[in-house]
Design a protein around this ligand. Structure first.
Ligand code: FAD
Length: 492
């Protein structure tokens, strides 16, 4: 598709996101011109690829999952190298401007996603984190929920630990943590192909300004978010999404500076009829109005839309179109906000995201996908490596099995983060940043334990993984003595 000729129409999704009961999405209409790719191939000459490095654990991708995996593997004693295609760490949580770190507490206010999540947030300077004080986590006090509800930290009438952070500090802290743990880091390095020995992954090819190089590894952690490595290696995955929810939507997020968010939030709270009029006027003038989220500063607003639908997050022309359409939409919205919305008269474009906002692309065909049918019953897996808050107070916290990170067929590989093995319902929360820290940390420890035991990730003694995770501050519900992964997974 030629992005310049794409057209779209507005669409409404009923999924509840933050404080908006109805979510705007923009449906791409099919471009009749289609992709203008010639139907030809070019036969590249065979080549010898120099080996750049040999390592025990190779982590591909430096987002929340990759950073947590690298730090955890190094803390567990492994030699670790991480490659990241951009010039910074944090993935969508920094470069994607998704600096609203979602819920880490259960309905009673207990922080169930801990470990690296605690380490990272504790290290941020106090003026770069805004969220409810610890004593209010789990509070059902109406006044506190009204206050934090406007700041995305109250859900189902419960105050949650869900802070907003300064993405630049998150980049710095992530970098500090990797360097202190002794992780070797290669930025501006794009992993482009797996290195396979039979059905076992033993490294990856990456490209950079220096050309094409190989990195050999005993275990690879694919934390690319889109399963780039496992898809290339031939692992089974699912790409189907629930198009009735917002979780398949894509967009480039942005921030505006020079705003008065307190004034805007007061206006939303106190002038409901005027707010409704603004929505109607926006729909009439520019098709739809997207309201902002608060940030870590009162003069910065965050927009996590427009939610574009009908695009593939792994097709280069669609990614191009998303960048164009998101920014075109932002410019229209800026003019509208400056004219009509109290607090936005002086707004200016502070930043548009470097990383395209992809919520959902591939999901691993893992040994044990996380499934709604299981967490609805409150099932606890014996190979639990983390605990996620549940979607509603009707359900117990969700047990995350080690096997959700392990591909059904490929050895030498773990896949934490938003492309983990789960169904579409579970993906709504397993893709969130804290859950990606959780699964990243579990994958890193699993990789280190596999390397130490000279075995494959699927064959590790899961008790050793759980013991190391506990040592690293991770909260687990299962008792310390459970079986090995091989025992609980059964024959291959
Ligand atoms: C618009 C939007 C709103 C969201 N809202 C929230 C929210 O409010 N709260 C919340 O907690 N979560 C939210 N999320 C979800 C969350 O941001 C992501 O799911 C999470 O960041 C995924 O982490 P990850 O490490 O798996 O992947 P990513 O954050 O995508 O990181 C992957 C990293 O790998 C790198 N990479 C990719 N491919 C390669 C390659 N081939 N070679 C080298 N490097 C590579 C990327 O550059 C990136 O740094 C939102 C997501 C979006 C898109």
């Amino acid at each position: 598709m030629n992005p310049a000729t794409s057209s779209s129409r507005f669409n409404r999704l009923s999924f509840k996101d933050g404080d908006s009961a109805e979510v705007l999405s923009i449906q791409r209409e099919a471009d009749s011109a289609g992709s203008q790719r010639p139907n030809r191939v070019y036969a590249e000459p065979a080549r010898q690829t120099p080996v750049f490095a040999e390592t025990e654990v190779l982590v591909v991708g430096g987002g929340p999952a990759g950073c947590a995996a690298a730090v955890a593997a190094a803390r567990a004693g492994a030699q670790v190298l991480l490659v990241e295609r951009y010039g910074h760490l944090g993935g969508l949580s920094t470069g994607g401007l998704v600096f609203w770190i979602d819920r880490m507490t259960d309905w009673a206010g207990k922080q169930v996603i801990a470990g690296v999540a605690v380490d990272i947030l504790d290290r941020l300077p106090s003026d770069s984190v805004v969220g409810p004080p610890r004593e209010d986590w789990g509070s059902r006090d109406p006044a506190k929920n009204a206050y934090w509800g406007q700041r995305s930290a109250s859900f189902r009438d419960t105050v949650t630990w869900a802070p907003k952070v300064d993405p630049e500090w998150l980049k710095i802290v992530s970098l500090d943590m990797l360097r202190e743990a002794g992780v070797r880091l290669l930025l501006h390095a794009w992993a482009v192909a797996p290195i396979l020995e039979g059905t076992a992954l033993r490294g990856a090819i990456f490209e950079s300004k220096e050309g094409r190089h190989a990195i050999l590894a005993k275990v690879v952690v694919d934390a690319s978010g889109d399963g780039d490595i496992y898809a290339g290696a031939g692992a089974a995955y699912s790409a189907e999404v629930d198009t009735a929810s917002m979780h398949h939507c894509v967009n480039t997020a942005w921030t505006w500076g020079g705003v008065d968010m307190e004034r805007w939030l007061r206006f939303r709270r106190e002038e409901r009829e005027a707010v409704a009029r603004i929505r109607d006027q926006g729909r009439a003038e520019i098709g739809e109005v997207e309201f902002p989220y608060s940030s870590w500063r009162p003069d910065v607003a965050l927009f996590l839309g427009p939610r574009l639908t009908g695009y593939s997050p792994v097709k280069v022309e669609d990614l191009t179109a998303i960048e164009i359409e998101s920014r075109q939409w932002m410019v229209k919205l800026l003019a509208f906000f400056r004219e009509h919305c109290p607090g936005f008269e002086q707004a200016w474009i502070m930043q548009t995201a470097q990383e395209t906002g992809i919520r959902h692309s591939r999901r691993l065909g893992s040994l044990q996908p996380i499934c709604k049918a299981d967490w609805e019953l409150g099932r606890r897996y014996p190979d639990e490596v983390g605990v996620s808050p549940s979607l509603t107070p009707a359900f117990a916290s969700v047990s995350v099995p080690y096997r959700s990170l392990i591909p059904a067929e490929i050895d030498g590989l773990l896949a934490p983060g938003r492309h983990i093995g789960c169904d579409t319902s579970s993906h709504t929360f397993m893709r969130e940043i804290p859950q990606c820290w959780l699964t990243g940390q579990a994958a890193g420890v699993g990789a280190a334990v596999a390397v130490r035991g000279d075995t494959e990730p699927r064959n590790v003694d899961v008790r050793r993984v759980q013991a190391e995770l506990r040592r690293q501050g991770v909260y687990l519900q299962v008792p310390a003595e459970t079986g090995s992964v091989a025992e609980v997974a059964g024959p291959r």
